[in-house]
Design a protein around this ligand. Structure first.
Ligand code: ZN
Length: 461
């Protein structure tokens, strides 16, 4: 923008100019000089990670996107210069455990690094849960996520604990953060639906209290029969309470763990495929190809949603293997090629199962690109769709309420980079996060300052 120099003379404003200024649209917020990223949902699309979208402005008012285009006229109470960076719909966290987030090392560290030691440690830690403890940690985790562009979160909550302390705390928090964060809660029977006498009753109580989604963990039940029975019971409850379902399904290296077929068959027969999510399905990576091919036919019919959690799957699975060691991540590429909706989750943030992580979706994408062999141009773009549009589909967000288009809610994130490849190479920082039309967070780019250009340094120095 040109600035007024001391030699410029003030001049009078003509009536025409005044009228034009009064007629110019006035917005709450304008994002200028952004490159809009709208990835196509499931299936191999045309979007490449090297596409560099044209520059555009986004005008926002009444919490909605009111106009999009190059050099929009009008003014706003606030303007943010995206500086030629990407503007994306917000990230969607499809699978997280907020009740256990930020408890790593309490009461002890997971030395074996296995899922089962994690469940044991959590069994001890959850004895000392209080509402204030859960809410403080969950809020800290949500803020970490939001500052990195996540504005939709689905969190599983352990409802095997008899007082439902964590669930009640998170139900309160869900309402408290609603002005800036869309939070869904899954009633998750961590110890199995039939692992203790009261667990079915506790799960149903959780649904009566207003939990959004029915969860399950059939591979962790005592027997195969209990696992199958749990899937049927959970579908009944989902119908009764009109909720979608999200299973921790076959999160194990055992190639005989075959509950995905049970979930898919139930979903197909009840017409609930699009409201059903199979999370993890890591055993799918250990099935022989003959069975996997047959299963894929059923999955196509059922149209389930899938969530892979690459950070956790690559660290928890394969622990019992010598060499060759399995990666333990579900068949992300094959599911994507089959046109099924695959999204990616972080799963854990510094808890008994994973002592690392800060909720950054770009870390999830990076791990998926590497561990699922998704390094092709369209494949990298697909991994970004898995933490945005595909995640929105998994969470059941209406297409009218998600994405960058006029009339949609003004939820978006400015990401440092001009292409998706830039984001991958540089871990594009979320420099601005807009939620419901308000700027929620800004993080300045850090720029390296060289004291001396290294190429100019000679020895001895
Ligand atoms: Zn999980």
């Amino acid at each position: 923008m040109a600035s007024l120099s001391s030699r410029d003379q003030p001049r009078s404003v003509s009536e025409g100019e005044l009228k034009a200024a009064n007629d110019a649209p006035h917005y709450d917020l304008i994002i200028r000089n952004g490159r809009l990223l709208n990835l196509s949902p499931a299936g191999p699309g045309e979007q490449s990670c090297d596409t560099r979208p044209a520059l555009a402005d986004i005008a926002i008012g009444d919490r909605r996107i009111l106009a999009i285009g190059p050099n929009l006229s009008g003014n706003a109470r606030r303007t943010i210069d995206a500086q030629g960076h990407l503007v994306s719909p917000p990230f969607v966290e499809s699978h997280i455990h907020l009740d256990s987030a930020l408890t790593a090392g309490e009461p002890r560290w997971n030395q074996s690094g296995t899922l089962f030691e994690g469940i044991e440690i959590w069994g001890d830690r959850k004895q000392s849960l209080t509402s204030a403890d859960v809410k403080a940690r969950a809020l800290a985790a949500l803020k970490l996520q939001a500052s990195q562009g996540v504005l939709h979160v689905r969190s599983h909550v352990d409802v095997s604990e008899p007082k439902l302390v964590a669930l009640k705390a998170l139900l309160e928090l869900r309402e408290e953060v609603r002005p800036w964060m869309d939070l869904q809660l899954v009633a998750f029977p961590q110890d199995g639906l039939y692992g203790a006498p009261r667990n079915v009753e506790l799960l149903e109580e959780a649904l009566k209290l207003g939990t959004d989604v029915v969860g399950g963990i059939p591979h962790y039940e005592f027997t195969r029969e209990d696992g199958v029975r749990s899937v049927h019971r959970l579908f009944e409850l989902a119908e009764q309470y009109d909720c979608p379902l999200d299973f921790h399904c076959d999160e194990i290296d055992d190639p005989q763990s075959r509950f995905l077929e049970v979930v898919a068959a139930c979903a197909l027969r009840r017409g609930m495929g699009q409201r059903t999510t199979a999370s993890h399905t890591t055993a799918f990576a250990s099935y022989d190809n003959g069975y996997a091919t047959k299963l894929m036919g059923l999955l196509r019919l059922a149209q389930l949603n899938f969530v892979a959690n690459p950070l956790i799957n690559i660290t928890l699975q394969g622990r019992g293997d010598c060499y060759p060691k399995r990666r333990g991540i579900t068949r992300v590429k094959e599911l994507w090629h089959a046109g099924l909706n695959v999204s990616l989750g972080h799963d854990c943030i510094q808890d008994p199962w994973y002592g690392l992580g800060n909720g950054n979706p770009l870390d999830i994408v990076q791990m998926a690109i590497h561990c699922c062999h998704m390094t092709g141009q369209r494949e990298i773009a697909a991994c970004y769709a898995m933490v945005t549009h595909n995640g929105a589909q998994t969470l059941g967000i209406s297409p009218a309420e998600y994405g960058l288009a006029v009339g949609k809610p003004a939820n978006l994130v400015v990401l440092a980079g001009q292409t998706l490849r830039d984001l991958s190479c540089q871990r594009g920082l979320a420099t601005a996060v807009i939620s419901r039309g308000h700027c929620l967070a800004q993080t300045p780019l850090s720029i390296t300052q060289w004291d001396d250009p290294p190429e100019s340094i000679t020895y001895p120095h």
